[in-house]
Design a protein around this ligand. Structure first.
Ligand SMILES: Cc1cc2nc3c(=O)[nH]c(=O)nc-3n(C[C@H](O)[C@H](O)[C@H](O)COP(=O)(O)OP(=O)(O)OC[C@H]3O[C@@H](n4cnc5c(N)ncnc54)[C@H](O)[C@@H]3O)c2cc1C
Ligand code: FES
Length: 497
């Protein structure tokens, strides 16, 4: 996958890990979260190493729209209702601080990354906009410079909008690459195992954790999982706590730009993000692996481009996704009670720019013994009593149906019937198979089950990927792993002679 941000970028490269090394803190994942955390830890004199499976920034960070905003959708009214005013105030203050932290870091280090301050908006075209008024009121109560308005520079009328002042946007890869220059990074070094060593197995330095990659090992005192979705099934049981949501994004040229980033909150709402002379237009989000909703979102986006920007040119298009937690708050902190020296930073719910800053500053504070009131709020082991019932029900039913009920369903299509550039779950040589026929007629066939926990894969016809509905692992049409929690590519089936 390539995206708008990657275009014309001078990408740095780092070595692959070979042999054995030691470090205080090993960070798994070189996305924005991993790199920013490593940078802030290094500022405190903590020795750390980033281990990246592919190249830095090549995960979801490359697919973001990169608004640095504390306006996380319709978040604050709901947060007050579910978690109460005290927690909402604390979370709001932390998100506000994250925006300020970016500004200070970028200015103090003179990082050239197209950083600009701007307002951000949520808008609706529904008749009733009371919910937007409630969001504006509650945001103001929580200390934001926020207001309700019905005026917005979009190419269609809106019925209402919530404006947050003093937000920002930047080029995520320029920022990430600038920070990375100061760090020890290993690329193409996928972590395959993380083991807690017994006292007999520990090195003389007393490092308790052994991290294994294909060609090397790292002994570390602490481990941070910043790999977007942890690939270990336990401890922590994150498979029960998070799933992923996807959006298609088009980078458009030759279009009129809105004054600031605007996010539609209606079910078919679009996201508008001006970036220089370009517009990043995002389609409605859907659960990863829901192939019908994926097709709908793409089709709607294409149709809206035609209607709103008839002279517009699509420069790039891509699909990105992010982890969503059942109670809507990120998971940052101790990985599990049984692994107090492992941490996780995840579940940003599509707000991982500020989310990464929250994670990096909280982990820094935890490691340096400073109190941070956010620690208890985003603690990953929290009892999810504020979990949304709808989300919980959806998660359980998708898991049950993709893991178990799908085994009872026999495909109606046989592989011979697949047209060129078509994929799906079919019968092949009498067996249920994930199959894709490319433009030249070559057939790629795989076991139809996800290597993570065995859910049945789903074909994403627009992105030409195999997507897992359970926790969002994705694989290219040829079976290559794109992103986890799965940590292995798909197993090809032997070709017929
Ligand atoms: C369409 C879309 C638009 C968005 N827009 C915004 C926005 O405007 N503002 C905002 O705040 N947020 C936004 N987000 C969310 C944001 O992009 C993400 O939350 C953020 O990029 C996540 O960063 P990360 O570092 O956690 O993950 P990633 O960037 O995915 O980094 C994780 C890294 O870990 C590596 N990895 C995985 N497994 C292993 C392993 N076993 N060993 C070693 N490395 C491994 C991967 O290769 C990857 O590079 C958006 C999300 C989407 C989907
Ligand atoms: S991602 Fe968990 S089963 Fe596929």
């Amino acid at each position: 996958m390539t995206t708008f941000w990657k275009k014309d970028m001078n990408t740095p490269s780092y070595p692959t890990l070979h042999g054995e090394i030691q470090t205080d803190t090993a960070i798994i994942g070189g996305g924005l979260c991993g790199v920013l955390t490593a940078y802030l830890l290094k500022e405190q004199g903590i020795d750390c190493v980033v281990l990246e499976a592919a190249s830095i920034g090549s995960g979801q960070t490359m697919g973001t729209t990169a608004k640095i905003t504390s306006q996380h959708g319709l978040c604050y009214h709901n947060l007050i209702q579910t978690h109460g005013r005290k927690i909402a105030k604390c979370y709001a203050a932390a998100c506000r601080q994250a925006v300020t932290d970016y500004s200070e870091l970028i200015h103090s280090q003179n990082i050239s990354c197209s950083f600009e301050q701007c307002p951000t908006y949520l808008y609706s075209t529904c008749e009733n906009t009371l919910f937007l008024m409630a969001e504006a009121n509650d945001a103001e109560y929580l200390g934001f410079d926020a207001a309700y308005t019905d005026k917005l520079s979009l190419p269609f009328p809106v019925t209402g909008a919530v404006r947050f002042n003093h937000q920002a946007a930047f080029h995520p890869l320029q920022f990430l690459y600038a920070l990375s220059r100061e760090l020890t990074i290993y690329e193409h070094s996928r972590v395959l195992s993380v083991k807690l060593l017994s006292s007999k197995e520990q090195s003389s330095a007393g490092f308790k954790n052994m991290i294994g990659t294909e060609y090397g090992t790292v002994s570390a005192r602490r481990v941070i999982f910043a790999c977007h979705y942890p690939f270990l099934r336990y401890p922590g049981f994150y498979a029960l706590k998070m799933f992923q949501k996807q959006n298609p994004v088009f980078a458009l040229q030759n279009v009129e730009l809105p004054e600031a980033p605007c996010l539609g909150v209606d079910p078919d709402g679009l996201s508008f993000r001006p970036a220089g002379e370009f517009l990043l237009l995002g389609g409605p989000s859907y659960r990863t692996g829901d192939s019908k909703s994926a097709a709908f979102s793409y089709a709607l986006l294409k149709q809206r481009v035609k209607e709103l920007y008839p002279n517009g040119h699509i420069l790039e298009s891509w699909t990105a996704q992010d982890c969503v937690t059942l109670d809507g708050l990120p998971m940052i902190g101790i990985f599990s009670k049984s692994r107090p020296e492992w941490c996780i930073a995840d579940g940003f719910g599509k707000w991982g720019m500020t989310g990464s800053m929250l994670a990096a500053t909280l982990l820094r504070d935890m490691f340096t013994g400073q109190k941070n009131p956010l620690e208890q709020i985003v603690f990953p082991g929290r009892f999810l009593r504020h979990a949304s019932f709808d989300f919980l029900w959806e998660h359980i039913s998708v898991f049950t149906s993709s893991l178990l009920l799908s085994r009872l369903k026999k495909p109606k299509v046989v592989s011979d019937d697949l047209q060129t550039d078509e994929g799906g779950i079919v019968l092949h040589q009498g067996k249920k198979t994930a199959a894709y026929r490319n433009a030249d007629g070559k057939l790629y066939t795989f076991l139809p089950r996800c290597p993570h926990m065995g859910c049945e894969l789903s074909w994403n016809a627009e992105a030409k990927t195999w997507d897992c509905p359970c926790h969002g692992s994705r694989f290219r049409y040829d079976g290559t792993l794109l992103c986890g929690p799965a940590n292995l590519s798909l197993t090809p089936l032997p070709q017929e002679k």
